[in-house]
Design a protein around this ligand. Structure first.
Ligand code: ATP
Length: 278
């Protein structure tokens, strides 16, 4: 880890009302250019952590430094792609993306904005749908618009909350490939929530495993020992794949439940880093 990671989270805790904390003592770093996935069961606080990183929610305790500065609300440095795309329904595809581009570069001419939008729509294969309203698009196309809009503002970090979970298997696979390619080409820093271990092994450089809530922790950090660039048709042939996949599934099925944060060999500031090879 470098002395100046892009994201530095220390002692993060979130409590709603007087209930037990959803999660506590969460520490992690994300390096510039890294793709990190967060995996854990429903309710352990993944979306809450993502919202804190986005500046949309505040933790009850702890600090988040982004590029060595304490976070202060949302910023165009951090773009979010939600599960349900969140497009403006009254604007066509081009205008949805242009809206974000104009807020990022308010001095750009209309021509510059439209040129940039056209390029982003090309990147996600949606140039032909530029004049369509979101209601006239399939779920996969809408999610593509969300991706184009997020990437169009060239964020320093992309935050994705289960971005493919509402899609059919075929569309999901295609979009996963596209995101893998786009992020690798631009060395995009990404923090993504997923429930899908194969998706994590395709996309992530490191996978943070969260225990069940309440009082959830990051139990361990699994390093993806399958080297990039990874492609969907190759990943499962890599010799390390079975061990990695079994390790992630065993965690979700078994170890995420009985985790003991008080165990002497567990240091929340330094969760065990797991490096599995074939
Ligand atoms: N505004 C709120 N008020 C009270 N409780 C909340 C609020 N927001 C979230 N919670 C609770 O905090 C816990 C964590 O929610 P969060 O959505 O972060 O979990 P998650 O791990 O992302 O779950 P999922 O995988 O189902 O999306 C849940 O038990 C949820 O009920």
């Amino acid at each position: 880890m470098s002395a100046h990671p892009l994201v530095r989270v220390d002692g993060l805790m979130k409590r709603f009302g007087t209930a037990a904390p959803v999660f506590a003592d969460v520490h992690f770093r994300i390096e510039e250019g890294e793709f990190v996935c967060l995996i854990g069961h429903s309710g352990c606080g993944k979306t809450t952590i993502l919202n804190v990183l986005a500046g949309l929610d505040e933790a009850s305790d702890g600090t988040v430094l982004f590029a060595d500065r304490e976070l202060d609300g949302p910023s165009l440095d951090r773009a979010v792609i939600f599960q349900g795309h969140a497009l403006l329904p009254w604007l066509d595809v081009e205008s949805n993306v242009a809206f974000a581009v104009r807020s990022r570069w308010p001095r750009w001419s209309a021509q510059q904005v439209l040129g940039h939008v056209a390029h982003q729509l090309d990147v996600v294969g949606l140039r032909h749908a530029a004049k369509k309203k979101p209601s006239a698009l399939s779920g996969g196309m809408r999610q593509r618009v969300g991706i184009a809009r997020a990437l169009a503002i060239q964020p320093r970090m992309l935050l994705m909350d289960e971005p493919f979970s509402a899609l059919d298997a075929l569309t999901r696979g295609t979009l996963q490939d596209e995101v893998a390619r786009l992020c690798a080409e631009t060395s995009q820093t990404v923090f993504m929530i997923t429930h899908d271990v194969d998706e994590a092994l395709l996309l992530a450089d490191r996978i943070f495993l969260m225990t069940n809530g309440p009082d959830a922790r990051i139990a361990e950090i699994v390093v993806n020992t399958i080297p990039g660039p990874r492609r969907r048709q190759d990943v499962h042939h890599h010799p390390a794949y079975p061990a990695l996949r079994n390790h992630l599934l065993d965690f979700l099925i078994e170890r995420s439940r009985g985790f003991d944060a008080g165990a002497t060999n567990y240091d929340p500031k330094n969760p065990p880093e797991i490096r599995l090879v074939a």
